[in-house]
Ligand binder design. Structure first.
Ligand SMILES: [Zn+2]
Length: 297
């Protein structure tokens, strides 16, 4: 993984070696509740990862400032949502800052670590560069917002949001538990942005959207009550998540027999029902909805 010598946020100090792209609290939660001590790397599932994706991104001071926003999000939004499925009453400035800061790192990561550079058109490269700089200016207080870009944060893996039809058999496990990030590009070039998923929360930063507008669920600088506006997202969003879930299943299927046996043993040795309760509930929900097909992987 290629990082940055100079901090991507203040652009003054040298960056430390081990900045997280996805916040550390997400990995901590996955390990604590997964029933096993190790996580699997999505691109190389036989490889164990213990602490997430790290590379040189931020300086010490910017790490410290970022962790203030992250801790608040973790305590007020994330932990309650994964512990007892409770949603915060409102989302506002802190969530906006948190989401902007993660997208900033996700985009900076892909800017240097996209293995097929032809994935982007020239215009998209320019737009991505502009977006990274816009997010940075907002994060250091030089801009009031990230407009004209839009930030979204959706609790897709919680309550009624997670009950959608025609989904693969691992859907609940995927939508509640998986962590991932990517740059999204629609086929006809109408949509461009970044995406990350941390447990039940899915977030998008739309750099460009000339397709259907996304109604509701946009984060604003002022607090808005969750559920106060109707959320209407184009069907492509649901299809996107379904494809990601299918892909996650393929990755699990590709784990070697030998490794599968070891994972199975680790699960049996762990205090699965207590430590891994959320995982157990997600599997249960999959079995309930999809029957035995859910356990085939
Ligand atoms: Zn810095």
């Amino acid at each position: 993984m290629t990082g940055y010598d100079k901090c991507i946020r203040c652009r003054k100090q040298p960056s430390i070696k081990n900045s997280h792209v996805i916040p550390r609290f997400v990995f901590k939660w996955m390990i604590e509740t997964g029933g096993t001590k190790y996580l699997r790397n999505g691109t190389a599932p036989n490889k164990r990862i213990q602490d997430g994706f790290k590379l040189p991104l931020l300086c010490l001071e910017c790490e410290r400032e970022t962790s203030v926003v992250e801790n608040r999000f973790s305590q007020q939004v994330f932990i309650p949502s994964v512990t007892d499925q409770s949603l915060p009453k409102k989302l506002g400035l802190n969530e906006y800052k948190f989401v902007a800061s993660v997208h900033h790192r996700v985009q900076a990561y892909f800017w240097r670590n996209t293995h097929t550079p032809s994935k982007y058109s020239n215009q998209e490269r320019k737009d991505l560069q502009k977006s990274i700089s816009l997010l940075r200016l907002f994060l250091v207080g030089k801009r009031h917002s990230v407009m004209p870009m839009q930030l979204f944060l959706l609790p897709f893996g919680l309550g009624e949001f997670s009950n959608v039809r025609n989904m693969p058999a691992n859907w609940h496990r995927y939508i509640r538990r998986h962590m991932e990030m990517d740059i999204i590009i629609s086929e006809r070039g109408k949509l461009f942005g970044s995406y990350f998923k941390i447990g039940p929360w899915v977030s998008f930063c739309l750099i460009k959207n000339s397709a259907q507008p996304w109604v509701g669920a946009e984060l604003g600088l002022r607090s808005t009550k969750i559920g106060s506006t109707r959320v209407i997202l184009p069907p492509s969003v649901q299809n996107f998540l379904r494809d990601r879930a299918q892909n996650a299943k393929k990755i699990v299927d590709s784990i070697s027999q030998n490794q599968q046996e070891k994972i199975g043993l680790a699960l049996m040795e762990a205090d699965f029902l207590v430590a891994g309760r959320p995982m157990f509930e997600a599997i249960e929900a999959d079995v309930h909805t999809f029957g035995a097909a859910a356990l085939r992987d």
